[in-house]
Write a protein that binds this ligand. Structure first.
Ligand SMILES: Nc1ncnc2c1ncn2[C@@H]1O[C@H](COP(=O)(O)OP(=O)(O)O)[C@@H](O)[C@H]1O
Ligand SMILES: [Mg+2]
Length: 217
């Protein structure tokens, strides 16, 4: 899934948050959105994920202009192609880890046992073995974020959007999350990461720098 943002601007509550920003999301590659706090990383991530409308500029998905996409078309993009790994994003606290990982792709009941067995190696890979039946509300912030990763992996999404995925994690889990995201790109997914993690930034394939004088490299 290729996403191209050209000269986009975003104005929120009368303030220009992004101005003339370019970004190119390519299958099999990781793109880091970097810049100081408040520079618009999260906003740009939301723009690329079709969650925020743009002012001027163009935003295409696989060559198709998205500006006039109706809700149903955007919903199909989120459902069938995208995975969002945001802190506290879209997890149902009172349900189990397993339920949350399978969420929005819940198989028919006669296949659930088989599908459930698929999530065990995934939970192992994100460092949450033996936690499938635990309620999400009992997990720490960092653990919840990894449930989000497990869901992205279960969905085998074409494009993964991660907002500060390594923030507030210890070194071991930072490495685990980083390896996961780089691995998803190797599998062929397009991976977009808003981050200020100095270890993660150079390991990404490309960077968009925000802040004074946004530019692309
Ligand atoms: N929904 C919103 N309402 C008002 N201001 C917002 C909103 N979303 C973002 N902003 C503003 O846009 C700027 C960029 O925010 P953000 O994209 O979260 O930056 P970053 O992720 O780099 O810290 C900030 O000044 C923020 O206050
Ligand atoms: Mg942010």
């Amino acid at each position: 899934m290729e996403i191209v943002a050209s000269d986009i601007s975003v104005t929120i509550a009368g303030r220009t948050v992004l101005e003339d920003v370019n970004a190119h999301v390519i299958p099999g590659q990781t793109l880091a959105l970097v810049g100081p706090s408040g520079s618009g990383k999260t906003t740009l991530l939301n723009v690329l994920g079709l969650l925020v409308p743009i002012g001027h500029g163009t935003l295409t998905v696989n060559g198709r202009e998205t500006r006039r996409w109706k809700d149903a078309r955007r919903r199909a993009f989120w459902q069938h192609h995208a995975a969002f790994v945001f802190q506290d994003y879209g997890l149902i606290e009172e349900e189990s880890v397993a339920y949350n990982v399978m969420l929005s792709r819940l198989p028919p009941f006669w296949r659930r046992r088989r599908e459930a067995s698929k999530i065990l190696p995934i939970l192992e890979r994100v460092g949450l073995p033996d936690r499938a039946q635990e309620r999400v509300s009992a997990l720490s912030g960092g653990e919840k974020q990894r449930v989000g990763l497990a869901r992205a992996m279960f969905r085998a999404a074409d494009v993964i959007f991660a907002d500060e995925p390594t923030a507030s994690l210890d070194r071991e889990n930072r490495e685990l999350v980083t390896a996961f995201l780089l691995g998803e790109a190797e599998r062929g997914a397009a991976v977009v990461i808003a981050t200020h993690d100095e270890d993660l930034i150079p390991r990404c394939d490309a960077r968009v720098r925000l802040g004074p004088g946004p530019r692309l490299d």
